[in-house]
Design a binder for this molecule. Structure first.
Ligand code: F6P
Length: 297
């Protein structure tokens, strides 16, 4: 079964399905863009003779131009834009996008991804619980799309022509195997440091891919907890509510897990501005509840 067939089988509303399909169709272009962004291959300019851009800026420009032209959405927030971009044409959906998450991995030739949250209406600042769908593209050795539209989590794999359903109804494994310690240890809050000290005593293994998409994908396969915590110098952590916390918390919730800002569900946050940050603790519910209790103590 391919992505189009799965969207039809699940009776996903057309406007949402069209946006998901847009990102599936764009995936080969985004992956192809990596070549033009590697200086040794691209030279000083890319294949189109354009001045070479940073990968995340290039991905942002590419997605934005094509999404605006598609008229499938009426509001777009991307991590690279200072303001929400309004699109004329009467579409009834807002999207929040991290065009190239983990783009510093270009230097080390490691995985990167694109993250998308889809809302009905024109409010890109709606709380995460109002998302209609969320997805990420993972550019690893192969390209995959992990998506939810509120009926569980599906994984699709790109075979060179189309996205084929690889797994549906994905659940976080019950026995957590990995933890992702974010930020800098000496800046952790005392409660979080105590939690991590406990985790280190278990048989779970530490993983940090330098890319939230890769880390969340690792969680879905192995179970565990991803953290980018509040720090003494950065009480709101590093990651953004709109294009990182919201979509990933929706996907993890649909896989049977939980995402927290340390006190409450990430999906309950009502953002007041597009660049809002939040601490993130995400993964198997009992671990995330545990970190909440350590932070409270
Ligand atoms: O900017 C987003 C991001 O690259 C995430 O994908 C990743 O989890 C995090 O930042 C890594 O941050 P740091 O470099 O501080 O470990």
């Amino acid at each position: 079964m391919n992505l189009t067939q799965k969207l039809a089988a699940d009776k996903v509303e057309k406007g949402v399905a069209d946006i998901i399909t847009f990102f599936a169709d764009l995936a080969p272009t985004l992956r192809g863009g990596f070549l033009t962004q590697v200086p040794e291959i691209a030279g000083t300019s890319n294949v189109y003779g354009e001045e070479q851009m940073k990968l995340d800026v290039w991905a942002d420009k590419t997605i934005l131009e094509k999404l605006v032209a598609s008229k499938r959405v009426c509001a777009i927030f991307t991590e690279e834009q200072p303001e929400i971009v309004k699109v004329a044409g009467g579409a009834k959906y807002a999207v929040c996008i991290d065009p190239m998450d983990g783009s510093s991995n270009i230097k080390t030739n490691l995985a990167m991804g694109t993250i998308v949250a889809i809302f009905g209406g024109s409010d890109a600042l709606a709380p995460g619980k109002e998302q209609k769908a969320a997805l990420y593209l993972l550019f690893g050795p192969v390209t995959t799309m992990v998506a939810t539209w509120g009926k569980g989590v599906n994984e699709f794999i790109f075979d060179g022509k189309q996205f084929l359903l690889r797994a549906e109804g994905i659940r976080l494994p019950e026995k957590p195997a990995v933890y992702v310690p974010g930020g800098r240890k000496e800046k952790w809050l005392p409660g979080f440091a105590r939690f991590m000290a406990e985790i280190e005593k278990t048989d779970m293994k530490s993983r940090n891919n330098g890319c939230m998409v890769s880390d969340v994908n690792t969680l879905l396969k192995y179970g565990g907890i991803f953290t980018y915590p509040a720090q003494t110098d950065k009480p709101d952590g590093k990651l953004r509510v709109l294009c990182e916390a919201n979509p990933m918390a929706f996907i993890i919730a649909q896989a049977g897990g939980y995402g927290s800002d340390g006190r409450k569900s990430l999906l309950e946050i009502k953002p007041t501005h597009s660049d809002q940050r939040t601490p993130i603790y995400l993964g198997n519910t009992e671990l995330v509840k545990k970190v909440e209790s350590y932070l409270k103590a």
